[in-house]
Design a protein around this ligand. Structure first.
Ligand code: FES
Ligand code: FES
Length: 152
């Protein structure tokens, strides 16, 4: 049996291989389906979660790599959608189809911890997630709005 810390709780995992990607542990074994599968090869960012506060692509992160680290998914970013990035995304109507947006939110939330006042260049450099719907201008605006709130 393996245990994993996710969103502040310890979960016991029965009969789950240590070689299972974190994405499938979250979705198939813990029912946390907010995290999405896109490419499976760390190229799109749809599966981004936080491991000890850092943005990580869960499709290429094995359960064996997690150890005692704390995993945070969109379900744990805030209990009620009150994280500044979630509020800004809603206020600016960022999503189109929505598929990529959880990964975008998790990447943005991690970025704002290390870069609290990002420039356009910072956002372009750190937000490499793909959006097939082309919501990039609204993502950039929402990150700036969230940064403003967080810096008040
Ligand atoms: S599904 Fe993980 S980066 Fe695309
Ligand atoms: S909102 Fe559709 S892929 Fe990004």
């Amino acid at each position: 049996m393996t245990a994993i810390r996710v969103n502040g709780k310890t979960h016991e995992l029965q009969d789950v291989s240590e070689e299972t990607p974190l994405l499938w542990v979250l979705r198939d074994h813990l029912g946390l389906t907010g995290t999405k599968y896109g490419c499976g090869i760390s190229e799109c960012g749809a599966c981004t979660v936080h491991v000890d506060g850092q943005a990580v692509q869960s499709c290429v992160t094995l359960l064996s790599e997690i150890g005692d680290s704390e995993v945070t998914t969109i379900e744990g970013l805030s209990e009620d959608g009150s994280h500044p990035v979630q509020k800004a995304w809603k206020e600016l109507n960022v999503p189109q189809c929505g598929y990529c947006q959880v990964g975008q939110l998790m990447m943005a939330a991690a970025m704002l911890k290390s870069t609290p006042n990002p420039s356009d260049d910072d956002i372009d450099a750190e937000m490499w997630n793909i959006c097939r719907c082309g919501t990039y201008p609204r993502i950039r605006a929402a990150i700036k709005a969230a940064a403003k709130e967080m810096n008040q």
